[in-house]
Design a protein around this ligand. Structure first.
Ligand SMILES: NC(=O)c1ccc[n+]([C@@H]2O[C@H](COP(=O)([O-])OP(=O)(O)OC[C@H]3O[C@@H](n4cnc5c(N)ncnc54)[C@H](O)[C@@H]3O)[C@@H](O)[C@H]2O)c1
Length: 271
C-alpha cells in the first residue's frame, strides 16, 4: 500500500516509468512544473509547483511514503541554473521529505558523477567521484545530501547512477551504459519496494555484457535483475564516432555546454 510522489514525472524517464508501473501504488502524486501533465494515468493526481518552492513540495509530500526524484536539469547548463534547480531543488526535496515524514527518496543520480574515470576501466560505487560537468557535480551533492539525511534523520535513499535511458542503445559508448526502458522501470520499482535498504548507490544499466561498472553489490541490495543486454543491438548502433576516452563521453569535452545527447529517439509519446 505504498504512496509515491514523482518529481519530473512528465519528463522522458518519468513518462516511461509511470506507464510501466501504473496501477501499482495506492496513491501517486506528480509534482510538476506548470502547465503540468497532459495525460494522467488512472489513480494519479497532480500538484503544480517548482522545485524551488519548499512549502509547496512539503504540502505535496504529506502522506507520501516514497519520493522518486527525477525532476531537474538532465544535462550540462550554466552553474547558476544547475545550482538553482539541481542543487537547491534537491535540497528542497530532501527537506520536504523530512518535514512531511517521507521514509525514502529514490534519487535520479547519474553516470556523470564518475565521468572522468577512464573508459573501459571497470569501477564500482566505492570509487571517488570524478564529475565531468557542473551537472555531474550537482549529482555528487545530491548523493551526499542523501547520505546526510539517512545518517542524521533516517530517511532512506537509493541513488541510481543512471547510464543512458533509451529505447535502444544509440552509439558505441551506450553498449556499456544503456538502460532499457523496461529495465529502468524495474530499477525504480526495486528502489521503491526493496525492504530495509538504508542508503544505497546503484549503477543503472541493463545487463550489458560490456558494462564498465561492477554492479553486483548494488543490484543484489535492491534485488534488481535486468532483462536486456545492449550487445543484442550492437549491429544497429552508430559506430562512426571515436570511442570515448572517459566514462562521461562528450560531457568530458571542455567545450561541452549541453544539448548534444538529446535525440528524437529518447522521447516517448504518452499512451
Ligand atoms: N535520461 C537519461 O538517460 C538520464 C541519465 C542519467 C541521469 N538522468 C537523470 O534522471 C532524471 C530524469 O531525466 P529525464 O531524461 O527524464 O529528464 P527530462 O529533462 O526529460 O525531465 C526532467 C523533468 O524535471 C522537471 N523539472 C525541471 N526543472 C524543474 C523545476 N525547476 N521544478 C519542477 N520540475 C522541474 C521537468 O519539467 C521534467 O519533467 C534527471 O534528474 C536526470 O539528471 C537521466
Amino acid at each position: 500500500m505504498t504512496s509515491v510522489l514523482y518529481t519530473g514525472g512528465n519528463g522522458r524517464m518519468g513518462q516511461v516509468i509511470r506507464e510501466e508501473l501504473r496501477g501499482r501504488y495506492v496513491d501517486v502524486v506528480l509534482y510538476s512544473q506548470p502547465p503540468g501533465t497532459t495525460a494522467l494515468f488512472q489513480g494519479e493526481r497532480e500538484v503544480l509547483g517548482d522545485l524551488g518552492d519548499l512549502d509547496a513540495l512539503t504540502g505535496a509530500a504529506q502522506g507520501i511514503d516514497v519520493i522518486v526524484h527525477l525532476g531537474g536539469i538532465a544535462d550540462e547548463a550554466s552553474y547558476a541554473e544547475i545550482e538553482k534547480v539541481n542543487i537547491h531543488g534537491t535540497y528542497n526535496v530532501y527537506e520536504a521529505a523530512r518535514r512531511a515524514g517521507v521514509s525514502r527518496v529514490v534519487y535520479a543520480s547519474s553516470n556523470h558523477i564518475v565521468g572522468f574515470h577512464p573508459a573501459r576501466q571497470r569501477i564500482d560505487e566505492s570509487v571517488l567521484p570524478r564529475p565531468d560537468t557542473y551537472y555531474g557535480v550537482s549529482k555528487v551533492f545530491g548523493e551526499a545530501l542523501a547520505r546526510l539525511y539517512y545518517d542524521k534523520w533516517g530517511i532512506e535513499s537509493v541513488c541510481m547512477r543512471i547510464g543512458s535511458f533509451r529505447p535502444e542503445p544509440e552509439d558505441a559508448r551506450q553498449l556499456a551504459l544503456w538502460l532499457s526502458w523496461r529495465d529502468g522501470a524495474e530499477l525504480v520499482r526495486c528502489s521503491i519496494e526493496a525492504a530495509g535498504i538504508g542508503y544505497e548507490i546503484v549503477y543503472g544499466c541493463s545487463a550489458n555484457t560490456d558494462r564498465w561498472w561492477d554492479t553486483a553489490r548494488g543490484w543484489r541490495a535492491i534485488g534488481f535483475q535486468p532483462q536486456d543486454n545492449a550487445v543484442d543491438h550492437a549491429g544497429s548502433v552508430d559506430h562512426a564516432h571515436e570511442p570515448s576516452r572517459f566514462h562521461g563521453g562528450a560531457f568530458t569535452d571542455q567545450e561541452y555546454q549541453g544539448g548534444l545527447w538529446i535525440t528524437a529517439r529518447t522521447t516517448k509519446p504518452l499512451a
